[in-house]
Design a protein around this ligand. Sequence first.
Ligand code: ARG
Length: 461
Amino acid sequence: MADLWGGRFENGTDKGAFEFNASIRFDKRLYKEDIEGSLAHVGMLKKTGIIEDSDAEKIIEGLKSIYQDIESGNLIIDDSHEDIHSFVEAELIKRVGDPGKKLHTGRSRNDQVALDMKLYAREAVREIDRNILELQKVLFELMEANLGTYMPGFTHLQKAQPVTLAHHLGAYFEMLMRDRGRLRDLKSRMDSCPLGSGALAGTTFALDRQMTARDLHFTLGPTRNSMDSVSDRDYLLELMGALSIIMMHLSRFSEEIIIWNSNEYGFVDIDDGFSTGSSIMPQKKNPDIAELVRGKTGRVYGDLISLLTTMKGIPLAYDKDMQEDKEAAFDAIDTVSDCLKLFAGMMSTIRFNKAVMERSARRGFTNATDAADYLVEKGVPFRDAHRIIGSLVLKCEKEGKTLDELGLDEWRKESDRFESDIYDAISMEACVERRQTIGAPGMKPMREVMEYYRKYLKEPA
Ligand code: ARG
């Protein structure tokens, strides 16, 4: 147990209290960001002459060696320190002696941790964005291969109108595009540097905050209010909000894969690599990955709600409650990153049973609207056409037929406008092909949108 505040205290911290207070167990993963921030800080202390060059150089060397040793496994971050900040500082002093004690000049752990978390979150946004892009690439390939794969489109989970698999997957492609947009938005808002805000009220040293902000690549420069800087966790909440929406999308997608994989649907076969068996029922092949992605959505929502609740009653500026941001944010980031990777793996190996999907579209009267539209084109008002087709559907249901299995005489019993071209008009191909409006599943609008996606995928992230 090592404290940073020895001077003021007569007695040591209670062991239980120390452990309760400590964050090293989970913030040790911030070592890279912590050292990066310290290097920027000491570089600035040197340049401004706040500490001497020779001291600064020793500190820089010490920090770099600590980083290398942690990376190589030669230095283990043990739990005897309160947090990663005190660990690195203590290790630095151990290595370079007295000059190491000057690193914390004009800095507090409050602006230090605010910086570390921002740097970490910034990298996390990049990683999640890359993972989404990878999933989008998988979907794009599937779409290209399935522009002519017919399937039922659903509303109320009832067969509605025929679409294509490409069109259905395209809906998720769009959702993922918005997810990336949300990450881009929040990244642009969080891109200011809190380092140099001190404990809450800046510092008496003439720090060059522009310099550290620049060195750490914050495009918006230094933050404008030191009290806000050390107590702002909005960006984590925005990130977890965006992550929650990503999970909501993945969860809907998972739900569909699970339904499609059921014995009753049989639309897809999930590859062995992404399914599991049962310990008792030999016939089983379960969609566990999709189920877990759906399940973990609750956990990411929980992380968001947990930090929102933590933050709601905190007076300015820093309070220790804020340490609770870490486990929630790390958990949400890790979970979403894993889910995206596994989902992409599952989708890149999944097999679509095209014949089953197409038969399903054919058998569910998904062409009933098109049959009604046929009559409208022959001059029948839509409401009347709707009723005529409705009674034909009823007849088919009673007789266990599909519309295209009706004889022309049966059609004509309901309306003499039906001609032999009705069969072509209600084929799956025609039903999809005639849908040419922007955003519809027809080949022409789909090819146009695929071109748009192709360019989009090439844009630099
Ligand atoms: N471990 C702390 C956190 O995560 C670091 C900041 C500590 N600051 C303080 N004044 N005790 O928030």
